[in-house]
Ligand binder design. Structure first.
Ligand code: HEL
Length: 399
């Protein structure tokens, strides 16, 4: 009897010890990316009108690359994850990093009026640098007017070269959309002002600052700011703009100055470089810890979304939050996001735009990459999430 009790006690102790052998700090195992689901979404995007779609996941040293379709409709060349592409507003994160480095160097403070650095630029001196980087300035988005009609709007600016001031002047033809700091209202104008701040405070072009502060240190071999050149260097995916008229032919929109965006959206990059960039950013390799904490001070920006400083947070169906940015530039949709610790990153791209079905399908690649295989219930819930454009400046039809 005594020995039986002893042996039961020993078994219990052994079981407890086995439990204790799992370190208390071990993070819950992240679900493996669902590569089958991811490929299905890329195929769906293709069926919905994207000539090609691709994704690259960098997961703790394991790389997954998936592509469907073509990089070039004329030659039929297959899309490759090494193809460069226009990243649109993902540029905003690069611009913000430069400014946060200037904060770290004591050359700028976030709560100072923009007009202190750029005297007389803005009509309201209550607009601070922080308001601009968090889309809370109230500055009207001049692209609302520019791209009210998709293809004519694009063709009107395709080869144009604007000064920053000309773009800001277009915005200032409209009243502020809200009092400074009062509301989140996405506007490209904010990041044109951010580019002006970079150039004023450094005395250099944004190109030089991206190069010296981000591209060179991270060895981003596929990342360029070529404005106002219209050509993408090296091997790249061509971009195809979907016209507003249903059934109309796609417009090859690859060559353009992107002068309408500049520091708000004119960088060219690759899936590998964007994964490296966001992983480095949240890993604290581009700014001080205090700078990163500022970038991660969130303003709600719609269901399951928040905006920090030049940085988006998306809260996925499985409860995981990811950090990065989206980009829409004529011919290209980009989702570039990383996990909290930067250990897993996804960049997913389709070489079309102005096609809301494709945009929504590409959004779902985030769940595949970060949430793993969905349950039937999660699949149903995710399908009901539709990318909202209300967080973009109101008034523009972007699908
Ligand atoms: S819009 C966005 C995205 N951002 C903003 C910026 C960028 N891109 C633009 O402002 C381009 C607007 C026109 C795009 C064009 C098309 O689909 O190619 N659409 C039309 O012309 C519609 N009439 C908030 C979506 C972002 O994710 O941050 O990039």
């Amino acid at each position: 009897m005594a020995s039986a009790t002893l042996s039961r006690g020993t078994a219990l102790a052994a079981a407890l010890l086995a439990l204790l052998a799992v370190p208390a700090h071990a993070a819950p195992q992240e679900p493996q990316p669902d590569l089958t689901g991811l490929r299905d979404f890329l195929r769906t995007a293709q069926q919905q009108g994207a000539p090609g779609a691709m994704a690259r996941i960098d997961d703790n040293g394991t790389v997954s690359k998936l592509t469907v379709g073509v990089a070039d409709r004329a030659t039929g060349r297959a899309l490759s994850t090494t193809d460069r592409f226009r990243i649109g507003s993902v540029t905003k994160t690069f611009t913000t990093v430069v400014l946060l480095q200037l904060v770290d160097e004591g050359k700028l403070t976030l709560d100072t009026s923009v007009n202190t650095y750029l005297p007389g630029l803005l009509p309201d001196s209550r607009i601070t640098v922080r308001h601009v980087l968090s889309h809370r300035s109230g500055l009207y988005d001049y692209t609302n007017d520019m791209f009210a009609q998709t293809v004519p709007g694009f063709e009107a600016v395709r080869t144009k070269v604007f000064t920053y001031r000309q773009l800001v002047d277009r915005s200032l033809q409209h009243a502020l959309t809200n009092a400074p700091g009062a509301a989140y209202s996405y506007s490209n104008t904010n990041f044109v002002v951010a580019g002006m701040l970079v150039e004023k405070l450094t005395g250099h072009s944004v190109q030089t600052e991206y190069q010296n502060r981000i591209i060179k240190p991270l060895n981003l071999a596929d990342t360029f700011y070529v404005h106002p050149d219209t050509h993408i260097p090296g091997r790249y995916a061509r971009g195809y703009l979907t016209p507003d008229e249903s059934g109309g032919p796609l417009v090859d929109s690859t060559e353009q100055t992107v002068s309408w965006a500049q520091s708000a959206g004119a960088i060219v990059s690759s899936t590998q470089d964007l994964n490296t960039f966001f992983s480095a950013l949240v890993g604290g390799r581009l700014t001080s810890a205090a700078g990163l904490a500022e970038m991660e001070r969130w303003t709600p920006a719609g269901t399951g979304q928040a905006y920090g400083l030049g940085l988006r947070r998306r809260d996925l169906s499985c409860g995981v939050s990811v950090y990065g940015h989206t980009g829409t530039v004529q011919g290209y949709y980009t989702y570039a996001f990383t996990s909290k610790d930067g250990q897993r990153s996804l960049t997913a791209v389709a070489n079309t735009s102005n096609n809301s079905a494709v945009l929504n399908t590409m959004l779902r690649t985030l769940d595949s990459a970060f949430c793993g295989k969905p349950t039937a219930q999660a699949r149903g819930a995710a399908a009901r999430v539709v990318e909202r454009h209300e967080d973009v400046a109101p008034g523009i039809v972007r699908d």
